[in-house]
Design a protein around this ligand. Structure first.
Ligand code: ATP
Ligand code: MG
Length: 803
């Protein structure tokens, strides 16, 4: 059954999911279980329940369990908020269960249906897997212990059953069949567990029930809790009936009050809102509105006075006037930009990024000379966590302006930017006007985050054209929000945008912007950022002083290398936070003196190292080559696997490859066939590029595919410390590719020693950080033969002849 389901999983997966790979992990002992920590579910034996896993370690655990057809142990974690759990964060009693269905969701969440089977107790946690594994002892089912029902168990059993049936009937939406199922149960243990599962009590109490191994005691406890619930349910049913009556009465009251108001109005006795309206009038006078807006506002105010506030329209109009009155209309002089001070602040807030800071300062200098001039808009492009948002904040600080951020991810509707017309119920201004109201000044740095994720135009108008208008210096001095219905001058706002990738930014928007790329950090840069900023910040965030804890350099290095794999530093900061919180615990428990976190302590705090050098393992067999890919989140390594199967000379491609990549594979096969001198009439060549978060298209894996096939046909493995990128032509020429810097940094992170690049990309080495250049050896390829010489070595005689 599980076999079938495992296949099922591949079919149902929408996104390229990480495929479980055989043989990549060391075997798990027979008496051990793969454990999955649960934030808010206690699994009971006999219960079937859906479980969603999102953490990479839990996904890996679930996939390994499905692949190897093993049970999984589900254990509750003590603190649901905690992301990285160590053995001490878990309850050690849990339920082993079978994954009966496994579905890969889109956005990283995976869903399973699990069937709870036996209680167990963890005896010892075992290191060495990318998820939790523990040696366990199963707890026998009490029924099996007892043999048959003793009278005292039987009595409790019957009482619990009766209570359970009553509870089900009192619940407003319980399915009727549930009562039938409960009636039919014959095992007291199962009944107790099922009821425990359904009880609406705290997780700790559920866990306590799980840990109550003695059957009579467990039945007593469940019965006590259930009786209490039934009591509550009886009362709430009564209350429900009463409130319905009350509700009808309240409606009557509302109608009466409304009538009374009308009568008062007729008699000229309206409530005294005169003072409030005077206040609003004063606000409008003081707001510094331009002439025409002021005239419009005064007219609307008069209308409001005539109308009175009782009506729905009156209250809408009042809200509108409040918006108008509270916007920063006044033209305060822009704070003078002091370039020297700006430089100092940028340096204070961010390590490195010299080229980027220089361009920012140039931009500020231009603005200083010509404040109302039409300077382009800065756009920071780069992977997550490289400091795009925080650079924006820093620019605001450096220029003495307010900072506001607008997230554009998933904005599909023009009205989110430009507002809804006032006639629309519940209308409000768009997020540009809202941000300016929050800022309270036109001298604001307004950051549009994730401009590359802006939804495409559709049914509700095109948000990118609205944005274009906001960002266009020719038009934004009289930006018109639909709700306001009057112009607002945005020309003093300093706009900055950010994006993860350039490709999806609409062309006209891109043309308005000055693109500044932030490609990601090397290990050394990360170390410096950690030492200078992240540790300090996390110490502060966790209320600790640097005298109390020390994180030596080797420890930071190990966190960078073994626990994070990212272009930016966001996860690094998070892991440092976890480590410091661990130290904080020890201090809270009374440890005095300075705690030094050594590299070897990390295992106990953060769990098993998350990223092993998998390159060596994967490339130890012939037919596998390590490619380099560019992705929106920085570079990544990619394994190209080739294998032979009996057939008729066909090429089989799997791994969700794009069209260009498929063509590239075909070219690689043709070329390698002629190169090795094999016709392959009775063999199919299968090329697989295992999944991962990498979009797999483009021609740049050509060399890697070629080498994978050549390695397969010659039966000689590709050197495991070599990674490569490059397009190939059918003649065997190696053609240039993009993303050299990102790819090189990815190779470095993955522990590669030699990087092969197309000869024509040699000039791009200029952009590669010195650290990477010092640690890596580069080989420049003109022809595919150059790649063979470096990565496979001297060819065997027969192949040499063919070449
Ligand atoms: N060079 C640096 N020096 C100091 N701190 C840095 C540096 N680069 C990044 N950081 C810190 O890393 C964290 C993440 O940065 P930030 O939130 O700005 O990333 P981002 O590029 O906006 O990412 P995303 O694309 O996910 O929004 C911030 O706390 C930031 O201060
Ligand atoms: Mg950001």
């Amino acid at each position: 059954m599980t076999k079938l389901l495992a296949q099922d999983q591949d079919k149902t997966s929408g996104a390229p999911a990480e495929k479980p790979r055989a043989g990549a992990l060391k075997p798990i002992p027979e008496d051990a279980l793969i454990l999955i920590p649960m934030r808010n579910t206690v699994l009971f034996p006999g219960v079937i329940t859906p479980v969603t896993v999102g953490r990479p370690s839990s996904i890996a655990a679930a996939q390994e369990a499905v692949r190897s057809e093993r049970k999984v142990g589900f254990v509750l974690q003590r603190d649901a908020q905690k992301n990285e759990v160590a053995p001490d964060d878990l309850y050690w009693v849990g339920t082993a269960g079978q994954v009966v269905r496994y579905i890969t969701g889109g956005e990283g969440a995976h869903h399973m249906v699990v069937q709870g089977q036996n209680r167990f107790r963890a005896i010892e946690f075992l290191p060495g897997w990318p998820f939790l594994v523990a040696r366990v002892q199963y707890i026998e089912k009490p029924e099996e212990q007892e043999g048959k029902l003793t009278p005292d168990i039987e009595a409790r059993f019957l009482q619990l059953k009766a209570q359970a049936v009553e509870a089900i009937q009192l619940l407003p939406n319980a399915p009727e069949e549930l009562a039938v199922v409960v009636q039919g149960l014959t095992s007291p243990g199962l009944l107790a567990d099922m009821v425990a599962n359904l009880l609406d009590v705290k997780l700790e109490e559920k866990q306590r029930l799980l840990e109550t191994f003695d059957l009579p005691t467990r039945l007593d406890r469940v019965l006590a809790m259930l009786s209490e619930r039934v009591g509550v349910l009886r009362i709430s049913k009564e209350i429900g009936e009463k409130t319905k009556k009350e509700f009808d009465e309240r409606q009557r009251e509302h109608v009466l009050r409304e009538q009374m108001r009308q009568i008062q109005k007729e008699l000229g006795e309206g409530e005294d809102t005169g003072a409030e309206l005077a206040e609003l009038k004063k606000q409008i006078e003081d707001a510094g509105m331009p002439e025409d807006v002021h005239k419009h506002a005064t007219k609307e105010l008069k209308r409001l006075q005539r109308m009175g506030e009782g009506s729905a329209e009156g209250s809408m109009l009042r809200t509108y006037l409040e918006w108008l009155a509270e916007l920063p209309w006044k033209d305060q002089p822009a704070p003078e930009i002091d370039i020297a001070k700006a430089r100092q602040i940028l340096d204070e807030d961010h390590y490195g990024l010299d080229k980027i800071k220089r361009r920012i300062l140039e931009h500020l200098a231009v603005r200083k000379l010509n404040p109302t001039g039409k300077s382009p808009i800065l756009c920071f492009v780069g992977p997550p966590g490289v400091g795009k948002t925080s650079l924006g904040q820093s620019i605001a600080r450096a220029t003495g302006r307010k900072f506001q951020r607008i997230a554009l991810g998933g904005v599909h509707d023009e009205a989110e930017i430009r507002g809804h017309r006032r006639t629309y119920i519940g209308a409000l201004p768009g997020n540009v006007i809202q941000a300016l109201k929050r800022a309270g000044s036109k001298n604001t740095v307004l950051m549009f985050d994730e401009i590359d994720k802006l939804g495409q135009g559709g049914f509700h108008g095109d948000p990118s054209s609205a944005l274009l208008e906001v960002l266009d210096p020719e038009q934004n001095s009289h930006f018109r929000d639909n709700y306001l219905g009057v112009d607002f001058d945005l020309s003093r706002v300093m706009f900055i945008t950010t994006a993860n990738m350039l490709d999806t930014i609409p062309g006209p928007l891109r043309d308005r912007m000055e693109i500044i790329q932030l490609p990601g950090y090397t290990e050394e840069e990360k170390l410096e950022i950690a030492k200078r900023y992240l540790v300090k910040r996390q110490l502060e965030a966790n209320g600790m002083k640097s005298e109390q804890v020390e994180l030596p350099e080797e420890t930071l290095r190990k966190i960078i290398g073994d626990y994070t794999r990212e272009a930016g530093v966001r996860n690094l900061e998070r892991e440092i936070g976890s480590v410091l919180r661990h130290a904080a615990m020890r201090i809270a428990e009374g440890f005095s003196g300075r705690i030094e976190i050594k590299p070897e302590d990390l295992h106990g705090i953060l769990g098993a190292r998350r990223f092993e050098n998998e390159v060596a393992q994967r490339t130890s067999v012939p037919g596998v080559a390590t490619g380099l890919a560019w992705t929106p989140v920085g570079g990544d390594i990619l394994f190209i696997e080739a294998s032979k199967v009996p057939g008729s000379g066909k090429l089989i491609l799997t791994g969700q490859l794009g069209e260009v990549m498929k063509e590239s594979a075909q070219a690689a096969l043709t070329l390698s066939r002629s190169f090795v001198g094999e016709t392959l009439e009775k063999t199919d060549v299968h090329i697989h590029v295992p999944a991962g978060a990498t979009p797999k298209d483009g021609p740049s894996a050509g060399v890697a595919m070629f080498l994978a096939i050549v390695s397969l046909l010659l039966d000689v493995p590709v050197r495991s410390d070599v990674a490569m990128t490059g397009e190939i032509s059918l003649r065997g020429l190696v053609l240039p590719i993009g993303g050299v810097k990102e790819k090189t940094l990815a190779a470095l992170r993955a522990g590669i020693k030699t990087v092969m690049l197309p000869k024509r990309n040699e000039k791009d080495l200029e952009d590669v950080p010195a650290e990477a250049k010092a640690k890596l050896e580069f080989v420049f390829l003109e022809r595919v033969e150059d790649a063979i010489r470096t990565a496979i070595g001297e060819l065997p005689a027969h192949a040499r002849k063919a070449a």
